[in-house]
Write a protein of this length. Structure first.
Length: 408
């Protein structure tokens, strides 16, 4: 499908605004990284605990941070998730032993600060199925509700499943809502009310990573990105010429640096999902550049008239429809993930959105000008060598004999 037909845009003539933009973004990003001491790594790379907490009525982030700071050592980060009552609470851990108790400390601190606990009762919103069954087994028997072990497990499983499915998402605000759950008769509900209360929050997930494992993952992620760039340089060097490979790798390296710099400016964490997005962008941007370079090579083989710069411009125009279609549709997909994908995919989708924009213009305004510059330098050296060739006459000959001699 061809959107643009016989276009003749002078892309190389408009390269300087984009080159200056890249220089500004690169410098600003590197300065931000230097001021902040490097990228802001997530717990995947630093080690620590990340807890996703869903509140019935969410307290202010600063109140959560202040409550946890008194109990848990290290930096506490509280991130509110827009349009929900959820917060992401993360904390670092200096050693593996600290991770064994941090989850319990976080829950107990949140309980004492933000839960209206009822003496002697069990928080149904923090209960696992097995814990709920253990709590209800004896009271149900005392209350005259005779359930076999299989029936008890089925009832508690139905209760926790009801609690965890949307729109409740882990929170029961009123125990009377359980009356419609299969197996919860009036007698069972009466016992549940006697033994349990609905807390103000629920723990949706907890992730913990040891600091040593995090450091290993960080080094492996850096190695993977560098190996990918090196492998692509070798591939393009054999597939085309080395000047094509170097130009393409510089452009992809440019995309990666700017994306990481913008993450630093936006104070966004870099975790394993962001590394996956960066590797995706390395391949995506490289593929976009290769398509343009392949068209340049084809036009050179066809002996298209004009300077090398005009051939490069022609090749970019010939692949313009493909670039717009591919980049445009991919950008819309990434933007949809960013807007509607939720917190888990936020870093991944943001890296894709930034990378697609940067990668598309770098293939045109960064990689291609580098290729033209390299070609012009090589052509200039070849011209100097030809100009240094002089005509000499061998001694003892009567007439001139043309020989080629290079003056060094």
């Amino acid at each position: 499908m061809e959107i643009f037909k016989k276009t003749d845009f002078d892309f190389l003539g408009r390269k300087w605004p984009f080159i200056l933009l890249s220089l500004v973004l690169t410098v600003v990003g590197l300065v931000s990284l230097w001021i902040k001491g490097g990228p802001k790594y997530g717990i995947d790379f630093t080690g620590g605990a990340l807890m996703d907490v869903n509140f019935i009525k969410r307290p202010p982030a600063e109140a959560i941070r202040a409550a946890l700071r008194h109990k848990i050592a290290g930096e506490i980060e509280v991130q509110e998730i827009r349009n929900t009552q959820e917060v992401l609470i993360s904390t670092g851990a200096r050693d593996d032993n600290a991770l064994q108790v941090v989850r319990g400390d976080m829950i107990s601190t949140l309980n004492s600060a933000f839960n209206t606990q009822e003496a002697g009762k069990f928080d149904i919103n923090l209960a696992s199925q097995s814990a709920l069954a253990d709590r209800l087994r004896e009271p149900l028997t005392r209350g005259g509700v005779l359930l076999s072990e299989d029936q008890l497990q089925a009832v508690t499983k139905a209760i926790t499943a009801f609690r965890d499915t949307p729109p409740r998402s882990g929170l029961i605000s009123n125990l009377d809502d359980l009356s419609g759950v299969p197996g919860v008769t009036q007698q069972v509900l009466k016992v549940v009310k006697q033994e349990c209360f609905p807390g103000n929050f629920a723990i949706r997930s907890v992730e913990t990573v040891g600091p040593r494992i995090g450091a290993d993952l960080r080094q492996q992620a850096i190695n993977v990105v560098l190996i990918a760039l090196g492998a692509m340089l070798v591939y393009i060097g054999f597939r085309f010429e080395w000047k094509y490979g170097v130009a393409a790798v510089i452009a992809v390296f440019h995309d990666t640096i700017i994306t990481i710099g913008l993450f630093s400016l936006l104070s966004k964490q870099i975790d394993l999902t962001v590394i996956a997005a960066l590797l995706t962008l390395v391949g995506y941007s490289m593929n976009d550049t290769i398509v343009t370079f392949d068209r340049i090579r084809e036009n050179l083989k066809l002996h298209v008239r004009g300077s090398f710069s005009s051939i490069v411009n022609l090749s970019i125009n010939q692949t313009l429809s493909r670039t717009v279609l591919t980049s445009g549709l991919t950008f819309l997909t990434a933007l949809s993930l960013f807007l509607f994908g939720g917190q888990v995919l936020n870093g991944f989708s943001l890296a894709l959105v930034i990378g697609i924009i940067i990668g598309t213009y770098s293939s045109i305004f960064i990689a291609s000008p580098i290729l033209v510059f390299w070609h012009n330098v090589a052509a200039g050296k070849a011209g100097q060598t030809r100009a240094a060739t002089v005509e000499v006459r061998p001694a003892g000959t009567g007439k001139g004999v043309k020989t080629a001699k290079t003056v060094k």
